[in-house]
Ligand binder design. Structure first.
Ligand code: PLP
Length: 459
């Protein structure tokens, strides 16, 4: 939570508890800055927020006064954040649209399995060593891929990990250890396992809200960097999980420059990089990084090889720290799956696999979106996913998707409610649907059924 939000929350609480009463004069902005060691901008923003909520009224010449209760905006219904549990990962229901994994049925496993067979033949020779940095052949292929995107990595920057999750964890731990700070800016809504990992590491989460167009309030981010000195910024600039949005290119550039200015690293999760719906992918933040500020994390789990557990990190100026942490995290990444992936990339077979996968995802997305528009309650908003396999739907205010989930499960439908994607209580009127598991031929009625449930809940 930013300083502004903390301050606004403090005074909201004081007013609601009757510590500050209707008509009371609020401390001057200057006083507020002194008492709470914040900048004038923060103090102004906090009062503006309270004014917006109908709690304060600006006085004609100067200052603020507490409003009478009748003028106050009712607080939005909020629900507590949820911690990640196994049932959130289920694929057991007929319509497992809440599952975070890609539908393995969409991936042609034959070339990968063949590559694994060949790799196992070679494996006898490689039995004795599992290099800490990863299999050299795979690192070389990945290095070439970065080059094709105009990114020249430093020689020792790339490290293969046990999936993208290990890459993210190493990056978070490296950022904390290098900076000594125990907080991290996280763009929300966010990947639930990243939030969970930060909680386990005891790192305070400072949320930065993503707009429905995929951009950030950079002034607010700068204020947080200035006042809280966090260890890093965790975000997905491309095909964001759970919204599928892409950050505008000018913002990407500006964010990297901001992080450089404050010497704060960026942990870029680019796990959905290959799953774009347009003609080509989107530039990662890493492409704008000239000083090793961006720790770029990604994985093969969503595109070529779910279950092989191979990911990677290009860790910029924290490469040494990340290597040290990898040593005591998993010592190395299993070799056969790396060798198989290296072979698949070197022979170029992955290109066709990805082209087909993108086409099936786009087709499923279009079909699901059409059905949602026909059956969800009026006033629902669908964010325009540019890639990945999730559709984020914002429902009319007051609908509580978390409370409604057991009813949907009774009908064989699973979805992920908004409460999973935030570190703080939120209005639960949004949900994530995994359209890779949506079968356009047989499951349109399932979406209609979910729409009917949501509409009934509004009555
Ligand atoms: C946004 C995001 N980042 C990272 C990961 C982790 O990837 P992996 O399965 O390779 O560990 C996932 C997996 O769900 C994800 O959705």
């Amino acid at each position: 939570m930013s300083k502004t939000q903390q301050l606004a929350q403090l005074f909201r609480h004081a007013i609601e508890q009757g510590q500050l009463r209707a008509g009371d004069r609020m401390p001057s902005l200057r006083q507020l800055c002194q008492d709470h060691a914040v900048s004038l901008t923060t103090a102004q923003r906090a009062y503006a927020e309270l004014e917006r909520q109908g709690l304060l009224q600006a006085l004609p010449r100067s200052g603020f006064r507490v409003c009478p209760p009748a003028t106050r905006a009712a607080p939005a219904e909020t629900a507590a954040p949820q911690t990640l549990r196994m049932e959130h990962l289920t694929t057991a229901l007929p319509m497992p649209w809440g599952c975070p994994f890609i539908n393995p049925a969409l991936i042609n496993t034959t070339p990968m399995n063949r590559a694994l067979g060949r790799a196992l033949q070679d494996y006898r020779d490689a039995l004795s060593s599992t290099p800490l940095e990863g299999f050299d052949g795979l690192r070389r292929e990945l290095g070439l891929h970065y080059l094709s995107q105009g990114i020249a990595l430093a020689g020792d920057e790339l490290l293969i990990t046990c999936g993208g999750m290990e890459a993210l964890t190493l990056a978070m731990r490296a950022a904390v250890s290098a900076s000594g700070s125990q907080s991290m800016v996280v763009v929300t809504p966010a990947f639930p396992a990243a939030l969970e990992q930060l909680r386990h590491l005891g790192i305070a989460i400072l949320p930065a809200a993503l707009s429905e167009q995929g951009s950030l309030d950079l002034a607010a981010v700068e204020e947080t960097l200035h006042e809280q000195r966090p260890a890093g910024i965790v975000l997905m600039a491309n095909f964001q999980h759970p919204t599928g949005l892409v950050m505008p290119e000018a913002q990407k550039r500006a964010l990297v420059a901001l992080a450089e200015q404050y010497r704060v690293c960026i942990i870029e999760d680019d796990t959905y990089r290959e799953l774009y719906f347009g003609k080509q992918g989107a530039s990662p933040l890493k492409a704008f990084d000239r000083s090793g500020t961006v720790l770029h994390c990604s994985s093969f789990s969503k595109s070529l090889a779910p279950g092989y557990r191979v990911g990677w990190i290009a860790a910029g100026r924290l490469s040494d720290t990340v290597r040290g942490l990898k040593l005591c995290s998993s010592l190395g990444t299993p070799l056969p799956s790396q060798m198989a992936l290296a072979r698949l990339l070197a022979t170029g077979q992955h290109g066709d696999m990805l082209t087909r996968l993108r086409a099936s995802l786009r087709q499923r997305r279009d079909a699901m979106v059409q059905q949602i528009m026909e059956s969800f309650p009026a006033g629902s908003r669908l964010l325009r996913a540019e890639g990945g396999y999730f559709q984020w739907v914002v429902l009319p205010e007051g609908l509580d998707c978390a409370a409604l989930l057991p009813l949907a499960i009774e009908q064989g439908i699973h979805y992920a409610p908004a409460t999973l994607f935030y570190p703080h209580p939120v209005a639960a009127n949004a949900l994530r649907l995994n359209f890779s598991f949506f079968d356009p031929l047989h499951q349109r009625e399932g979406v209609a059924l979910l729409g009917a449930l949501l509409r009934q809940a509004m009555e």
